[in-house]
Ligand binder design. Sequence first.
Ligand SMILES: Nc1ncnc2c1ncn2[C@@H]1O[C@H](COP(=O)(O)OP(=O)(O)OP(=O)(O)O)[C@@H](O)[C@H]1O
Ligand SMILES: [Mg+2]
Length: 301
Amino acid sequence: MIEFHSVTKRFPDGTLAVDDFSLVLPSHKTTVLVGTSGSGKTTLLRMINRMVDPTSGSIEIDGADIGTLEPVKLRRGIGYVMQNSGLLPHRRVIDNVATVPMLRGMAKKKARDEALALLDTVGLDRLLANRYPSQLSGGQQQRVGVARGLAVNPNILLMDEPFGAVDPIVRAELQQELLRLQRELGKTVVFVTHDIDEAFLLGDQVVILRTGGKVAQVGSPAEILANPIDEFVATFVGADRGKRSLHLENHGDGDIVVDETGRLAGVLVGSGPSASPSTVSSESKAGPRGPGASAQGGDSR
Ligand SMILES: Nc1ncnc2c1ncn2[C@@H]1O[C@H](COP(=O)(O)OP(=O)(O)OP(=O)(O)O)[C@@H](O)[C@H]1O
Ligand SMILES: [Mg+2]
């Protein structure tokens, strides 16, 4: 579990990137930070592995204040997938994946063997292992980026717009792969995106941020859809309704949450304008660590 306690980050030039941010990110779940450019998403992510330190407030991982931990040690348990895959262009795929564990002391042979296994995990052919990043498609590069993030076998995986640079079809594939991986691996994932649809698809918990690092709303996709807290969230969530992968439908005795194919993704118990967000239940479980009332299960019956 990751806990932010009244975290504020003001950069030396005075920019207030994150303002009094408090949140619990549950273990083995995916929390998605979504918001417009400059809303503090990357800053929040980087405070988790101490690439950035807060100006005030504290962050705890499983009860330990990370401000007191050695950053190098802390990062052993945290994988980081950078925007645009962040691959080293002059290193082959296998070495890109093996580099981080080697830097952290793993023997070369073991790191390379594990890198090959990770290519399987992210759905890449081992034949690609000896190519350079420029010899891969954008989607393949992104997968290598994910393999690299997983290479230290982290409990926590930080992903900063990892699928931002690929076309919508490949992006949809990568999203499905991540859902599959997450069902298998059950990491504590913190995922950053601009895209509310991606947030609703991947997130067990979604955090909608305003510019200036202020939280607009936190909840499961179904909760946010059912009860957008204000105009800002309603506009953000409703920007292109119709294409929404999750939406509410009223069925007489209550609202249900359905996915884009019309399948049941969750039920808003005791629904209506006054329904409390905590009353959302889900019928779409994706296994023991599966999501709550989000659309990830996709196998509702
Ligand atoms: N090192 C820095 N020095 C000064 N200001 C910074 C620094 N890093 C980020 N900022 C500012 O902090 C704010 C939040 O930046 P951040 O990168 O966290 O936003 P973001 O939500 O990730 O945006 P994007 O979606 O564009 O990636 C922005 O106004 C940005 O200009
Ligand atoms: Mg960013």
